[in-house]
Every structure is written in C-alpha cells, then in structure tokens.
Write a protein that binds this ligand. Structure first.
Ligand code: CUV
Ligand code: SF4
Length: 624
C-alpha cells in the first residue's frame, strides 16, 4: 500500500502547532510526524507483542508455523512477559523520580542542602502523622528525617506493604491480599518483574499479569505518591491560580527558557534563577526586556500547579516550540524528552542542556544538578540563556499569538478547601446526580493520532454528561488550549455540573498536576470510597488515556484498573497477539479486581463507554 502523506490538518487540532509544522517544513526541521511516516508500517510481531528477545536462543517470533519460542514459550507467555517489562519500565520511571525527591528531603533534613528547604511544614507534619510517625516535641528536621527514612524503606525489601496503603479502603486491601498483589517495596516489585520474565521463570500468563498489577500498584500508591507528596512539602501544596497555555507564552522581546522533563527539583531552581534581579539586569544589558520561563510536559505541569508558570505545550509541542526560533535554552531533566530536540535546536540558536546523569543526550551540554549545587547550576544556565539571546536570528522568529487563559492548582487539599473542608458536598452532588461521576483523562500525545483530538473531544463529551473531568500530564495542555480549564467552560457542561461549577466558581475540568500527580486522584478515590464505606470499584469513576504512548502511561492505566477504576485507552498496548492476555485486560480483570480496560480510538464512542460504566456504578450504589 502506498504511504499516504498526512496533511497538517490531519496531524493536529491546533493552529499554533499547524503554523509551526508549516514553518518546520520550510526550515527543514524534521518532526515526530515525519519520522512516524518513515517508521510505518511497524513490525507486526512487535506490535502484537509476539517478539521475544529475552535470551540468545532467540530472538523468537510467534508465527502460525512456529507457535513456540525455542524454549517452548507460547504467545500468551511472551506477550505477558513483554507487557510485564513494559510496565516495569514505566513504574521505574515514576518511582525513580520519587526516589530523587526522597533524597532531596533527606538532605534537607540532615541540613546538607541549603539549596532546598521545606516550604509546607504543615503538610510534612500531616503526612508524618498519617503514616504513624510521632511528631510531638520533635523539630521539623527530625520529622523530615524520619519520614524520608520511612519512604526509603518503601522502596526496599518490605515484607508487608508500602506505607501509603493506609489510604486504601479495607475492602480493596483485602482483595489485594487474597490475590497476592499487595505492593510491598517499589524496587522489590520491579526487580521481581525482571526476575519473573527471565527465561524459565514465570511461564503462566495470568500469574505474570497479576505481578504486573502489583508492580504498577507500587508505582501508584508509593513511587508516584511519594514524588507528589514530597514535592508539595518542598515546594508548596498547589492552590488554584491563573496561568496560560500554548506556544504564545513564548515572548519575542524576552530571553526564553523552556523547562522540560518531570522533576520539579530542577525546574524550581531554574525558576528561582530566572527571578534573580542580577540575571534580569543582565538580560536587559543584552537588549531583552527580561527573562521568560515556560514549561513543557510534566515538569511544566509541576511549575504551573505550584507557581502558575505558563505551559508552552505538551509532548508533540516540544519540537515545535523550538521551531519558533525564539527559544534560547531548553533545560531538561528526564523522561519524555525526544532526542530529536538536540537536532531541532541546532537548526536555530537553541541550546539544550541536560541536568541528570541518568538522562544525557549526545550533542547536548551537560550541567549536572545535585542537592548541593542546584542554585549555582541554575544561575549558570540562565546566564547561558541570556548570552544566547544575542545569537537569535530575528528573521527566523515566528511565534503564534494569543495564549489561552486557564486555572490550575487543584490539589486534593485545594479541592477539599473549596468544598468547605470535607468531601461531603461533593458526595451530596454525586448522590443528587448533579455530578454523575468523575473521569480522569491523563497522559500523552502520540503522532499516530490527530494531536489532542481525542483528549479534547472526550473531555467535552464527558462534561456535557455531567461527568466531572480531572486532568493531569499532557492532557492539561490539550484541554487548556480548548478553554476547558476556565470557569466559563461550565457553559459547555450539563445542567447539573454547570450548577455546581457556578456555585463554586470552578471549571468543569480540573487540573490536578503532572503524571506522578495521578496519585492525587488515587488518594481522592480512596477518600470518597472511605467516606461512603464502599470499595473504590463501587464508585462512579473512570480513567482514560486517549492518546497515550509511554511505558509510564501503561503503568498508570494498570494501577488505575488494579485499584478498581475502569480505564479507557485509545489503543491497546502491544498485547493483542495473545487472546488470553487481551481477554484478561478487557474483561477477565473485572472478576479479579472489579475493573478492566476498554479500548476505543473514537472519543465520542469512548465517552459513551465511560458513561455506561458510570451509570452502572451509580445503579450499584442505588443512585439514579
Ligand atoms: Ni509524565 S508520560 S508524554 S510528559 S503525559 Fe506527557 Fe507527562 Fe505522557 Fe510524558
Ligand atoms: Fe525465544 Fe524463549 Fe529465549 Fe524468548 S526466552 S528469546 S521465546 S528462547
């Protein structure tokens, strides 16, 4: 079949992206869309999960005339092993980020780092108490030390369970215990997954899938949750506030710095340096009006939630942001950073700087950040950016105008405060059917889809049906650009949700943060279930990732399902080569954990699917 070239219109929903795709073509910058075309068609065996490379008797591919690998592993085993390693990768990503947060808290507690401090002492004490640490008569540092030690232990060879399972309803914990999937230690579950998938180990697909669930639960209820809670302790718990989104946040007359990656440990320091008066006057000397910081992807979400820093865009906007020709510096930490950014940057004057030893990019400058040099390194970077301003070629600058306004900052603390301190009013609204349920739309962009078409349309369809939408990660930029993160968007919601939003002055779509902040949604689900005395799987909730691409997104989907929340995906992971595994994902999990996955590329049909689920859960609770 001859390859059909996609038009710009088919590639993205957005005018800002379309303009930059056009400019990229003129400027000779290759993008993910171009490379996808080169990579299409993809290998069928890999796409269906039927390739195994776990030993050198292979690699093996399962075909009709070769139904078993050299060792005798069949399609089910190979697919389940591949999926297990896939989600172990994702869980490792979120969780290793969480570990970096613990190290930061630990070094602050020991007084070894003056670059970081505890911004939210009340939250530190609250979390410590919640996890059974006696705080009376102890100083902040002492509590922080005990808490970081407890979290370090959550990563190790725990024999029973990770600490934050105190947030899980009893019924759910009992179920996990019976299935043998209670997450013990984060590293333990991930390492055990690698062990089980070694040749000659776990050769039973359903058993492997259970351990996938366990590994992902360790991510959601420990690795990610720890990342979120420590970030709040160190940088402040988010409160609702205004911000802006789309490429129009890049400013022509300013030095522009973009932060990309995930961990606020780096981006918060860059923000501080950008606000340094000395740096600002340096920028003025170079002829700029000042220094402008904007975020990309999840670290952008982190800075936006806590500091209101504008978001330039999501995953597929990262290359296009450079194409504006107005970006002096892009500072990255880790995850979801396309190596192509170095090349794209080289087409302009844009410098890419890496900061983490575990995420270096050939061709980028490396300025390693640690607990003891972060402020110094950040200033150095900002200075580099300022100096880069004079190398900007103004004839090649083109910035789409008109960023969209949005409201950010809906931590659970902020949501509860808006409700008057208890989840009661939310539960009343759900009981009365004004809010029929809630759906979390999360995750990425993927050039296989028209960018953000699924993300935006699913959100719009759900709010019409009085389903409150919660967003994190790259969906934030999508719904933000569509205007759905403004209180006025309540006019697009059904009558019930409209009424609640108007009364509270909130948008019908709430921005809850980055990918690790999906842990906030888990916590909220736990709070609601406990308040009603039911299991999470009894609640009218759903998850969705319409345009996902990453191992991390698959891990999120899996912990969501294992926590009892039905989860929609735009396309399946690479598992369709096994009927056993596919059936388990789509229905079999239902009888085990009370939830399963649903696959549907069309956002309108997906809304229907989610709506049906929420309706049936309402019925189960005796609600109309
Ligand atoms: Ni962690 S995982 S593309 S940045 S949401 Fe964005 Fe979010 Fe997917 Fe990555
Ligand atoms: Fe082939 Fe088995 Fe080795 Fe996998 S583990 S590559 S199926 S022989």
């Amino acid at each position: 079949m001859p390859k059909k070239k996609k038009s710009i219109e088919e590639k993205t929903l957005w005018p800002d992206a379309a303009r930059m795709l056009d400019k990229a073509e003129k400027d000779g910058v290759e993008t993910a869309w171009d490379r996808l075309e080169q990579q299409t068609p993809h290998c069928k065996f890999c796409q269906t999960g039927l390739t195994c490379r776990n030993c050198t008797m292979g690699p093996c591919q399962i075909r009709k005339n070769a139904p078993l690998g050299v060792c005798g592993a069949d399609a089910d085993v190979i697919v389940a092993r591949n999926f297990g390693r896939f989600v172990a990768g994702g869980s490792a990503g979120h969780s290793d980020h969480g570990r970096d947060c613990i190290e930061a808290l630990h070094s602050v507690a020991l007084g070894k780092s003056t670059d970081y401090s505890i911004k939210d002492e009340a939250k530190l004490l609250r979390i410590a108490r919640e996890l059974g640490i006696a705080v009376e008569g102890k100083g902040v540092s002492e509590v922080a030390l005990e808490l970081s030690d407890l979290f370090f232990a959550d990563f190790g060879s725990r024999q029973h369970e990770v600490s934050f399972l105190v947030r899980v309803p009893e019924k759910r914990k009992k179920l996990w215990n019976e299935l043998g999937i209670t997450p013990r230690g984060v590293d333990r579950e991930i390492a055990e997954m690698m062990h089980r998938t070694h040749m000659g180990c776990d050769n039973d697909a359903p058993n492997l899938m259970l351990h996938s669930a366990r590994t992902c639960l360790a991510d959601g209820w420990a690795g990610s949750m720890i990342a979120t809670e420590i970030s709040d302790i160190l940088f402040g718990t988010p409160k609702p506030g205004k911000s802006k989104v789309n490429l129009g946040v890049i400013q022509e007359d300013m030095v522009n710095i973009l932060v990309h990656g995930h961990n606020p440990i780096v981006s918060e320091k860059v923000l501080e340096a950008v606000n340094d008066p000395e740096m600002i006057s340096l920028a003025r000397e170079k002829g700029a009006k000042g220094i402008n910081l904007a975020g990309l992807c999840c670290t952008g979400n982190e800075l936006m939630m806590r500091q209101g820093i504008p978001l330039a865009g999501n995953h597929l906007m990262t290359e296009l942001a450079i194409v504006t020709g107005a970006v002096e510096l892009i500072v990255v930490d880790y995850q979801c950073i396309m190596p192509s950014l170095v090349t794209a940057g080289n087409c302009y004057h844009t410098k890419m700087v890496t900061t983490a030893d575990k995420a270096r990019f050939t061709g980028a400058e490396h300025v390693p950040f640690d607990m003891h040099n972060a402020s110094h390194q950040a200033r150095k970077l900002v200075q580099t950016a300022v100096e880069g301003f004079s190398r900007r070629d103004s004839s090649r600058v083109e910035i789409p105008q008109g960023p969209m306004e949005m409201i950010t900052g809906f931590s659970n603390e902020a949501i509860l405060e808006a409700l008057g301190g208890t989840p009661g009013p939310l539960i009343e609204a759900i009981k009365a059917g004004k809010i029929r349920g809630a759906a979390a739309i999360v995750g990425c962009n993927n050039p296989k889809y028209r960018q953000d078409y699924g993300n935006v349309n699913l959100a719009k369809e759900l709010i019409k049906r009085d389903i409150l939408v919660l967003v994190t990660g790259c969906v934030t930029s999508a719904v933000g650009k569509a205007g759905l993160l403004m209180p006025e968007a309540a006019d697009e919601a059904g009558a019930g949700l409209h009424e609640i939003c108007k009364a509270l002055g909130v948008p019908p779509v709430l921005h809850m943060g980055s990918c690790v902040d999906n842990a906030r949604i888990l916590q909220l689900a736990g709070i609601l279930a406990n308040e009603l005395g039911v299991d999470i799987s009894d609640l009218p909730l759903a998850g969705s990732s319409p345009e996902w691409y990453s191992e991390k997104a698959a891990a999120i989907g899996t912990y969501c399902v294992a926590s009892g929340i039905f989860t929609h995906l735009g396309h399946p992971p690479n598992i369709t080569g096994s009927e056993t595994v596919t059936n388990l994902a789509l229905s079999g999990l239902e009888s085990l954990v009370g939830a399963s996955f649903g696959i549907e590329p069309d956002p309108f049909k997906a809304a229907e699917m989610i709506d049906e689920r929420i309706t049936s859960k309402r019925k189960g609770l005796g609600l109309s």
